[in-house]
Design a protein around this ligand. Structure first.
Ligand SMILES: [Zn+2]
Length: 137
């Protein structure tokens, strides 16, 4: 059910931003969905579509686009950067599937491709965020 909670927070964030910018009508919201985020995109889109119906006038004709955000990992040892795609090349399909659904597994199973250190962070590709809002003032 957390897709609904996420969708709700996206809409309220958009409303707050619109109020701040004195936007009278929101035309478009671009939502970034991290590829490591555990969200069912279909449910998320459906939730957004349903929730928009109960929103104030300002959101009446809004178009919501969802963009998948690529992941990024950074090594704490050598500062090397890599992505989930790079990671997938070094593991078998079962693990890749597991990483897709349980990002934490990525931390257990992989190493920095450059120096082999297991000490790295996920800097992108998690979470849901608003990338942009277009509106009319
Ligand atoms: Zn490294």
């Amino acid at each position: 059910m957390h897709e609904w909670a996420l969708a709700e927070s996206i809409l309220s964030t958009a409303l707050n931003a619109a109020e701040k910018e004195k936007i009278k009508k929101i035309k478009e919201i671009v939502v970034g969905l991290g590829e490591l985020q555990q969200v069912e995109q279909d449910i998320f889109e459906f939730a957004l579509g349903e929730l928009v119906k109960d929103q104030p006038e300002i959101l009446k004709d809004v178009k919501i686009k969802i963009k998948s955000e690529k992941s990024n990992f950074v090594c704490n040892n050598c500062q090397n950067h890599w992505s989930f795609d790079d990671l997938k090349k070094g593991i078998n399909e079962d693990e890749s599937e597991a990483i897709h659904f349980i990002p934490e597994v990525a931390l257990v199973h992989s190493r920095c491709p450059k120096c082999g250190s297991p000490d790295f962070e996920i800097t992108k590709g998690r979470g849901v965020s608003i990338l942009s809002i277009k509106g009319v003032k």
